[in-house]
Design a protein around this ligand. Structure first.
Ligand SMILES: NC(=O)c1ccc[n+]([C@@H]2O[C@H](COP(=O)([O-])OP(=O)(O)OC[C@H]3O[C@@H](n4cnc5c(N)ncnc54)[C@H](OP(=O)(O)O)[C@@H]3O)[C@@H](O)[C@H]2O)c1
Length: 387
């Protein structure tokens, strides 16, 4: 039985979304868009995805491959083709010039300055169909749409847990809960994210470097420590080993001892980022003003906003303990999770979990599972807030 145009369009948009996923960590802060092109007879002749900022967008890459065979054909694009001169010329111009007859769009553009592409194509006599019902495309662009509407980075909370949901190993034991294959996956993710966020608890307990090692890197993440009272030792590995800048986010305070500690940390090359307390008084942020030494919801939001605005952080991976994770969940600042669960046979399992456990908070958040599988003996689950 021949497939309907409706179903065929969905399949082609899913194919374009799969292509776009390969660009994770390369296209940001731009959305990683996918495009599939078929010729006038319906044969797929090209696929493309958005490259690094300033590189070709998905449509342009696919059109280059298709050449003159694109004339009279169909393009399936996960996001509305851009209609403005940014780092590259408008994609709508390339589509019109190539003589494409029909364009199927998976999601409207949410940046005002780039929108209007569908209207422009229609004005040029091209048939345009919007198909916002394809789940794979909705999930693909959830991060981009969220960033545009909130001005905050897309936050992926990563943790490794025992089968009881504990994040800590017993005192004196190795801090690693997950196995080497999981660790490799974490390093790959580090090399695809703009920033890695941790807490002072983790710095003092584990002394991590938090850089990407022995993997192909698409970007070098900024390493960010939430350290209200600047307790990070100047000898910490994060300051003295590994690549990528380090930002230490602290309270805004004029105390002499804090100023002296800031100077020591600056001397190691770190940037000190004081986060205003005033943002805690904003009831919209649900701030718990007055929490001494800790970052309230308002401060945490302020930190994320500042990272996005001043350091172009579009994606952020957390690698912290249960303390900071709990706060991020409660502040509704976690967008996606990457959880590694070690098998029940591991000797580290005797450790009791803190309450509430991050896995309970994740369950309450009702995230959708995007992918699950195994890395060695560890179960790995990627999930994301429902879009
Ligand atoms: N399994 C994993 O994936 C994983 C990953 C990382 C770490 N860990 C383990 O976690 C343990 C450390 O956990 P942790 O909870 O102490 O460390 P953490 O979450 O990395 O950092 C917590 C610290 O951050 C500061 N902070 C500031 N604002 C906060 C807020 N709003 N909410 C929570 N904390 C805030 C607090 O310092 P102030 O008290 O100065 O306010 C607090 O002590 C270690 O044993 C480490 O091995 C496990």
């Amino acid at each position: 039985m021949p497939i309907s145009t409706h179903d065929h369009d969905r399949l082609m948009l899913e194919r374009a979304a799969r292509r776009a996923l390969r660009g994770h960590g390369e296209a940001e802060p731009n959305p990683s868009v996918g495009c599939v092109i078929a010729d006038i007879d319906g044969q797929v002749i090209a696929e493309g995805r958005t490259r690094h900022p300033g590189g070709p967008h998905a449509e342009v890459e696919a059109l280059r491959i298709a050449g003159i065979a694109a004339r009279g054909g169909t393009a399936w694009v996960t996001l509305e083709p851009c209609n403005h001169h940014g780092r590259t010329p408008p994609c709508v111009d390339a589509i019109i010039a190539a003589g494409i007859a029909r364009v199927v769009v998976g999601s409207p553009e949410s940046n005002d300055f780039a929108s209007g592409g569908m209207n422009r194509l229609r004005d040029a006599g091209i048939e345009v169909v919007l198909r916002p019902d394809v789940a794979a495309v909705r999930r693909l662009h959830a991060s981009f749409h969220a960033r545009v509407s909130t001005g905050l980075p897309w936050v992926v909370a990563k943790w490794a847990e025992t089968d009881r949901g504990a994040l800590k190993t017993p005192p004196g034991a190795s801090p690693w809960i997950s196995g080497p294959r999981s660790l490799r996956m974490v390093h790959r993710e580090r090399g695809r994210t703009d920033a890695i966020l941790t807490g002072i608890g983790t710095i003092l307990a584990d002394d991590p470097r938090l850089d990407a090692r022995d993997v192909r890197q698409r970007r070098t993440p900024i390493r960010v420590v939430v350290d209200p009272d600047l307790a990070t030792p100047p000898t910490a590995s994060i300051l003295n080993a590994g690549s990528g800048p380090v930002i230490i986010a602290c309270r805004e305070d004029d105390r002499d001892d804090l100023r002296a500690r800031a100077e020591q940390l600056i001397a190691t090359g770190a940037t000190i980022m004081p986060i205003e307390a005033s943002s805690e008084l904003n009831p919209e942020d649900g701030g718990h003003g007055g929490l001494r030494g800790r970052f309230s919801t308002g401060r945490m939001r302020g930190l994320l906003r500042q990272l996005a605005k001043d350091h172009e952080v579009a994606t952020l991976l957390t690698e912290c303990g249960a303390g900071l994770l709990r706060n991020l969940f409660e502040a509704d600042l976690v967008d996606a999770t990457l959880v590694f669960t070690a098998p029940a046979t591991s000797s580290k399992l005797k450790v009791e979990a803190s309450v509430p456990r991050p896995r309970d908070l994740l369950q309450r958040a009702s995230f959708e599972t995007l992918w699950s599988g195994f890395r060695g003996d560890d179960r790995v689950v990627w999930s994301q807030r429902p879009s």
